[in-house]
Design a protein around this ligand. Structure first.
Ligand code: UTP
Length: 284
């Protein structure tokens, strides 16, 4: 299956750094968020990725392009380990398309129409990072092969943060897997249709014809939620409670938490970091 990763947004929640550095390229120590997301798709069996950027995010393209001069220098210095890290994306076809202005997620997804054709595809939001034993996208793909329907990755959100997300309006709640009749975008806490928030991972089937028929929302954007709502009216759409942790990398505190979690897993300094955090905890 192909994957689409939209990175065309403005990243206003992460200003001032996002004035010049896209949030999708912000580092978890030395590796950008987007690399983790591409790795999730590779580990889920994806071989072709389309990244949607905006005209000010050419730096994303630079990051994934081959730098022969650097390779040569590293080769001469005998830095095989570093070359190996740069080679990580050699086996995947990464393409780019420009979204001229940030007209919303549905608009960004529509730009992938030619790239994906009539096939179902994975959508991984460029600012949502997941950590799980089985990659979250793989969990969704596995389920897709059983249902052949659009699947939305959700997780229970028991706190008030839920009002920041699209929330699934569930018809038959069946453990981790539910059919839905729509998604309510950022509902007030008094009107929550469920506690299942949509967290940035999807398998989309036949979505373009629904996107084509939505209007612009009050915030000036075309919302994927609106297209999915229309799809629910004439075919089955499922919400799947995926396993793993998910971090909103467009949110400052959440991004710091992800950096700590992922750094603790590192072989090169994870143990040292753990020691430091324990020692720090005795002082604060
Ligand atoms: P967000 O709404 O979280 O990102 O979109 P944003 O608009 O950049 O962030 P804030 O709210 O201003 O801080 C989720 C993902 O979809 C992409 C974003 O780049 C992000 O990775 N996106 C969003 C697009 O590609 N195009 C858009 O028009 C909007």
């Amino acid at each position: 299956m192909k994957a689409v990763i939209p990175c065309g947004g403005l990243g206003t929640r992460f200003l001032p750094i996002t004035k010049s550095i896209p949030k999708e390229l912000l580092p978890i120590v030395d590796v950008p968020v987007l690399s983790y997301i591409i790795n999730e798709s590779i580990n889920s069996g994806v071989t072709e990725v389309l990244i949607v950027i905006n005209p000010k995010k050419q730096i994303i393209k630079d990051y994934f392009s081959r730098d022969d001069e650097l390779y040569e220098k590293l080769h001469k210095l005998g830095k095989a380990d570093l070359i190996e890290q740069l080679n990580l994306f050699n086996n995947i076809d990464i393409r780019f398309i420009e979204q001229k202005s940030p007209l919303g997620l549905a608009h960004a997804v529509y730009l992938a129409k030619e790239f994906v054709g009539n096939e179902p595809f994975c959508l991984l939001l460029g600012d949502d990072l997941t950590i799980s034993e089985t990659p979250v996208t793989k969990q969704l793909i596995d389920l897709f092969y059983q249902t052949s329907s659009t699947i939305i990755g959700v997780q229970r959100c028991d706190n008030d943060d839920i009002v920041k997300y699209g929330v699934a309006d569930v018809i038959d709640y069946n453990g981790k897997f539910s059919r839905i009749k729509g998604i309510i975008e950022k509902p007030p806490i008094s009107k929550l249709p469920s506690r299942l928030a949509c967290f940035g991972r999807y398998i989309l089937k036949d979505i373009f014809r629904y996107i084509k028929n939505i209007g612009m929302a009050n915030n000036g954007e075309y919302l994927l939620t609106d297209a999915l709502g229309k799809q629910c009216l004439d075919s089955s759409v499922f919400a799947y409670e995926f396993e793993g942790s998910r971090y909103d990398m467009g949110d400052k505190l959440s991004s710091l938490k992800a950096a700590i979690e992922l750094s603790l897993l590192r072989k090169d300094f994870g143990k040292e970091l753990k020691k430091y955090i324990k020692e720090l905890a005795t002082r604060i």
